[in-house]
Design a protein around this ligand. Structure first.
Ligand SMILES: Nc1ncnc2c1ncn2[C@@H]1O[C@H](COP(=O)(O)OP(=O)(O)OP(=O)(O)O)[C@@H](O)[C@H]1O
Ligand SMILES: [Mg+2]
Length: 440
């Protein structure tokens, strides 16, 4: 894409990427995991990491990491076939991608190995002469298994490999993923051909796809949990991104932001983006006041873009669990949660809800067994959802539950501490952990 800004303006751009799937200016906190996956890919089909699955909550950086792995493979001259399971017919789309690669090979001129060309179809067809020959040999009428086998055979003969990636694996249809699993199991595991696989999806897959008896291939993939970002990772990313665009931090702004970032890269990008904008950087340094405001803006965005969509994917038991945690002030023992939910929900259903909520990042278990909100849900958001639902509640049962929740919410004291920089009062509960907030 042509740059529409002049050189001066380019260096003053906001370089943060508060979106999904956007390559960050500074990629942090994933060195060990990337090294592990790269080593596995380089080692070949006998290495369990040759077929890997990245698991993590929304905004933990799965797509970005998948793209980095694709780039590494592409630069090594591999044929890379990137797919996404969020829309149906994945096997047919795989066949189409191979066909596109074939057609485009006829019209494109050779590029040096290790080039960065990406075709409009997303299939990377340039980079190695063997790819040009093999995709021409593939017959469109063949099924996916035969096409992939042929690609892998030619790759093996040329000392190369094929990498198939599937993002959003958790949202794929069961039947078509079983088909894909059976093809991959045959080609990579049984015949040991160099067809590598890296999938990515929400950690709930541990209890669906990765447990499905008809998807042995996925069960045998090496799974990697996306590591939580550390405070040091956030310091490094925030500081590099601001400084490379010609900005600087004032007072404790950098450490305030790093402290507020938590484990999710998406949240860290939001914080940096707002801090830069609010401060009018690089004309002014990113001050502590700007950092405070950025934290408030970020909390609101997280509510709309992460917590709210996540809440709507939860079933009633899971939502009841979170309401119970919220009514307990955001920190409770399993017994307290069970006591609050009580009634018709069985202990095993509560345990199932607990398991799912951990996997999606809504709650986390402390070492002493108690439960807190995780990075993908906030106490204040659950209060908000509960209050909204109460407005629509018509039945007696709903009303009594709402009255109870309302009475308890009312009984909780607000912190109300005055925040001079934001010129507002803290809206959190009295005795809350961490910093005060004027809104969320
Ligand atoms: N390691 C990282 N360092 C810095 N920023 C990152 C890193 N990983 C991801 N990001 C930033 O976080 C944002 C979210 O990442 P990404 O879209 O990869 O998450 P995801 O796990 O795929 O989310 P979803 O489950 O919603 O698809 C990206 O736009 C990117 O800019
Ligand atoms: Mg993603």
């Amino acid at each position: 894409m042509n740059n529409l800004l002049g050189d001066d303006e380019t260096s003053q751009q906001n370089l943060f990427t508060p979106d999904f799937g956007q390559p960050p200016h500074s990629y942090v906190g994933r060195d060990d995991m990337l090294r592990d996956v790269r080593t596995g890919l380089g080692a070949g089909p006998r290495d369990p990491r040759f077929t890997s699955v990245l698991l993590g909550p929304r905004g933990s950086g799965k797509t970005v990491t998948l793209n980095m792995i694709e780039d590494v493979a592409y630069k090594a001259g591999w044929l890379v076939l990137p797919l996404d399971a969020s829309t149906s017919n994945i096997v047919e789309r795989l066949e189409e991608r191979i066909e596109w690669a074939r057609d485009e090979n006829e019209t494109l001129t050779a590029a040096p190995r290790g080039g960065t060309d990406t075709t409009t179809t997303g299939v990377r067809v340039l980079g190695a002469e063997w790819q040009r020959r093999v995709v021409r040999a593939i017959e469109p009428k063949w099924g996916a298994r035969r096409q992939l086998t042929t690609l892998a055979e030619h790759a093996a003969a040329n000392g190369s490999a094929v990498l198939l990636t599937v993002d959003e694996l958790h949202s794929g249809g069961v039947e078509e993923l079983r088909r894909l699993s059976s093809d991959l199991q045959h080609i990579t595991k049984r015949e040991q051909r160099p067809l590598a696989f890296v999938g990515a999806g929400l950690a709930e897959m541990k209890h669906t796809l990765l447990e499905d008896k008809k998807m042995t291939f996925f069960q045998r993939c090496q799974s990697f949990d996306m590591p939580p970002l550390t405070r040091a990772d956030a310091m490094k990313c925030l500081s590099k991104t601001v400084r490379d665009a010609g900005g600087e931090f004032g007072g404790n702004a950098l450490s305030d932001l790093a402290e507020a970032a938590g484990p999710l890269p998406f949240r860290m990008q939001l914080l940096g983006y707002y801090a830069w904008t609010v401060a009018d950087a690089p004309h002014s340094p990113v001050s502590e006041t700007a950092a405070d405001q950025a934290i408030n803006e970020t909390d609101q965005d997280m509510h709309q873009r992460v917590f709210s969509p996540t809440w709507h994917t939860l079933n009633e038991h899971e939502q009841s669990f979170l309401r119970a945690l919220s009514e307990s002030g955001g920190h409770a023992s399993p017994q307290q949660i069970a006591g609050r939910i009580g009634g018709p929900i069985s202990a095993s259903s509560i345990a199932r809800a607990d398991n799912h909520l951990v996997n999606v990042g809504c709650i986390a278990h402390e070492p002493d067994g108690s439960i807190r909100f995780g990075p993908v849900m906030a106490h204040e958001s659950v209060v908000w959802f509960a209050e909204r639902e109460r407005q629509y509640a018509g039945t007696a049962a709903h009303e009594s539950a709402s009255r109870r929740a309302g009475a308890e919410a009312g009984a909780r004291q607000r912190c109300s501490k005055h925040m001079p920089r934001a010129n507002a009062r803290c809206i959190l509960r009295a005795g809350h952990a961490g910093r005060c907030r004027s809104r969320w």
